[in-house]
Design a protein around this ligand. Sequence first.
Ligand SMILES: O=C(O)CCC(=O)C(=O)O
Length: 208
Amino acid sequence: MVHEQTPGDPGGFLSAPGLRLRHLPRWLAAADALQQELLASVPWKQEHILLFGKRHPLPRLTCWMADPGCTYRYSGLEQVSEPWLPALLLLREQLEQLCGHGLNSLLLNLYRSGGDAMGCHADDEPELEPAASIVSLSLGATRTLRFKPKPRSGLAQESCPVALELGHGDLLLMDPPTQQHWLHELPRRKRVQQSRINLTFRQIRQPA
Ligand SMILES: O=C(O)CCC(=O)C(=O)O
């Protein structure tokens, strides 16, 4: 199935082989207040990655909040956990009810303008519980999230493009087995001046 979202699209379920998405536009009524609070209170960090021996700043600011014992590495970076903000703990409870399982960790990304971006990847690190959804909330500027099948997924590349416009207060649930078969990315949008915050709530596997 090929899906290019059109303006005014009411959202809903989106599925293709190996892809399960639920898009709930304007899900959060208090999106303005949360955006302002996060811009002011989150200890945003500029992380760097090593590429061919050279340090490069990630094209976004980030922060990791998680329960004790939930460590996570991505792009070779071990995330140092910050304490949960009370507003985010409340949100987490609501989202846990919605998705029906625990969400013990949260990656926050701040895209300062359309020049900031996220490269093509899957949230399929071994620490993440593969049977859990990844629950993503967007605040601020509308940006496009694009999905494409993993090269060795056996899925036809013509299932592309799947693109979602994620606006202020929109919720996106990426349900299993999406991360096993599909990659996603947030491309640059040079004309976008405003910032965007994205929160991805996750479930890290913990030792039994
Ligand atoms: O900003 C987004 O919507 C995508 C974020 C993302 O892909 C991630 O945190 O893994």
